[in-house]
Ligand binder design. Structure first.
Ligand SMILES: [Zn+2]
Length: 574
């Protein structure tokens, strides 16, 4: 039996948005996140995730639950296994877990191997004059090297054999540290390279990037994809950049880890790098959840422009309203590392500040592929833009692009829209679920779910006993009060009420709340108003009961207490 306090703590530590996003890419939709539902087949997203209440709800099929519920439904895990899985993700130990000793989970074991390798490389850096000289020559201080955990993999084929007792253990190959060649011979993947550990937000080393010191090939060598590491999702330097991202509300995406390190060395702390892969929509989404502006900073050569274009294509769908993506290009033959070292921080920041808006870069690139002096060429411009426009989910940016396309092509705005086959952008918020006739108890449920602290102020005796919703309010209050301090959030309540008779009505109320939360400042007033109506209703019911008795037995049939109550009620009603 897993203690309830543990489940509460677990739900508190896990972020359902991250969890679901790892399986079903989410995009921001107002205060919530949305996606096409993984539990039923649909083309417009009605699957919604609430970051504040930590639950998901599908307005299409009614799927609903917490992080635990999601893992159960999505991965087919049982309740206990889902809890174990989640706990492992956030480094919590499930109490009273006898099964844990044998059949240990795979990921923590790989994590441990990576951590040991990382410590080894870090120690080796101190012993390698060659590697230290390399970093010094690139202007990297000891402090920055430490901040990024930079290490060194010495030359030699089997150095890690001295670090791990069992060099042939399959975990080392699974983690991408050791390679088995066709002859069955084992050897270290990283040899004579400066090592950059890639750290996830939890602080675990999940991969390495290795850079040659001299002229060797390949210049950059990354860990392969492993159970710990998925290239398209991870960014080098993200944990180290967190504070700077908050301060600047902008993220700079560069191509190499040396660029990130050099920029940090020069006080530009908000840079991150993709790892041997083009920027993906997931990367952009991840960043735009933390900042309002993403600046891609690529080399000014053909390869850099190509990388920028791929980034643009990949982020179109992920681009939410009110956020901006811009493109900065360095002069030919420069990368951010060389640029910031040669020209300094101020020059680099200027370059970033003047980055090209996405719409401008998009049009410029397309125009460069078409002969803009001919009518055919201008028509081709619109044709090339068509598939890109179709992927934009943001009406404002789309409109802006259509306008610019119209200017550049000589077509009118409606003509461009028609040529591009533009239909109205799908609304982010799904259609409102049908709502039952307004009752007093639905709003009360929503109020209690939004602010469970209110439970102490609800006069439970005023709730009628003939309504299912009123009973749900009563039960919810009792559960909130029994769970005590800290007041449980919705996800904890939902887990506590899992399988109970009130689950359905609570789910509906939570889904309504998700679409239309009470304004923070209105919650208490709304609640007080509801309590007044509740107490009035109680009085009315009591009066009706007395009146009915008087009708049958006359006033004489009332007890003295009832008589007093009856007269008082009559007086109040006049
Ligand atoms: Zn669904």
């Amino acid at each position: 039996m897993i203690p309830e306090s543990f489940i509460q703590e677990l739900l508190h530590r896990v972020d359902i948005v991250d969890l679901i996003d790892a399986h079903v890419p989410l995009r921001k939709a107002g205060a919530n996140y949305a996606a096409c539902c993984p539990f039923h087949n649909e083309k417009t997203p009605s699957f919604t995730v609430s970051p504040t209440k930590q639950f998901y709800h599908c307005f299409g099929c009614g799927a609903h639950g917490t992080a635990i519920g999601f893992l159960m439904e999505y991965s087919g895990l049982g309740f206990v296994d889902a809890i174990k899985d989640l706990a492992a993700r956030v480094g919590m130990q499930v109490p009273d877990d006898g099964a844990r000793a044998h059949d240990g989970p795979r990921l923590p074991a790989l994590n441990e191997l990576m951590a040991r390798a990382s410590r080894y490389y870090y120690e080796q850096l101190k012993r390698s004059e060659k590697a230290i000289a390399y970093l010094k020559q690139r202007g990297v201080s000891g402090e920055i090297a430490q901040r990024f955990g930079i290490g060194y993999a010495p030359d030699g084929w089997q150095n890690l054999a001295a670090v791990f007792e069992d060099y042939s253990a399959s975990g080392l190959q699974q983690a991408g540290l050791v390679i088995r060649n066709d002859q069955g011979r084992l050897y270290d993947r990283f040899r004579d390279r400066v090592m950059f550990p890639i750290v996830n937000p939890k602080g675990d080393v999940i991969a390495f990037g290795g850079r040659v010191l001299g002229a060797g090939e390949p210049k950059y060598l990354n860990s392969p994809e492993t159970p710990l590491f998925e290239k398209g999702r991870e960014l080098f330097g993200l944990p180290q950049a967190r504070q700077a991202l908050r301060e600047k509300n902008a993220a700079i995406v560069v191509e190499g880890y040396m660029d990130v390190v050099a920029l940090a060395q020069h006080g530009v702390g908000n840079a991150v790098a993709t790892l041997g892969t083009a920027t993906t929509g997931v990367h952009v989404q991840k960043l735009l959840r933390q900042v309002d502006r993403v600046v891609f900073c690529f080399d000014g050569d053909a390869a850099g422009r190509k990388a920028a274009w791929r980034a643009l294509e990949n982020c179109l769908e992920a681009l939410p309203e009110q956020k901006s993506v811009t493109f900065a290009f360095l002069p030919e033959l420069e990368d951010p590392d060389s640029y910031v070292r040669a020209h300094g921080t101020a020059a680099f920041e200027r370059l970033v500040a003047q980055a090209m808006p996405l719409s401008e870069f998009l049009l410029k690139e397309l125009a460069s592929r078409c002969d803009m002096t001919s009518a055919e060429g201008r028509a081709r411009l619109v044709a090339e833009a068509k598939p890109l426009l179709a992927r934009l989910q943001t009406p404002l940016l789309r409109l802006q692009l259509v306008k610019r396309l119209a200017e550049a092509s000589g077509f009118s705005q409606p003509e461009v829209e028609k040529l591009c086959d533009l239909k109205p952008v799908a609304r982010a918020a799904p259609a409102r679920a049908s709502r039952p006739a307004p009752s007093l108890f639905r709003p009360l449920l929503r109020l209690l779910l939004q602010k469970p602290e209110l439970a102490v102020r609800l006069p439970l005796e005023a709730l009628p006993d003939d309504s299912g919703e009123a009973r749900a309010v009563m039960n919810l209050c009792k559960v909130i009060l029994s769970m005590g301090d800290p007041v449980p959030g919705y996800a904890s309540l939902l887990e506590r009420l899992r399988g109970g008779e009130d689950e359905t009505v609570l789910r509906e109320a939570a889904a309504e709340l998700m679409q239309q939360p009470f304004a923070e400042g209105d919650v208490d007033d709304e609640f007080d108003g509801a309590v007044v109506r509740l107490v009035e209703g109680q009085k009315k019911r009591a009066f009706a009961r007395l009146q009915e008795k008087v009708g049958r037995l006359g006033v004489a049939g009332l007890s003295s207490e009832e008589k007093q109550e009856y007269l008082q009620a009559l007086g109040m009603r006049k």
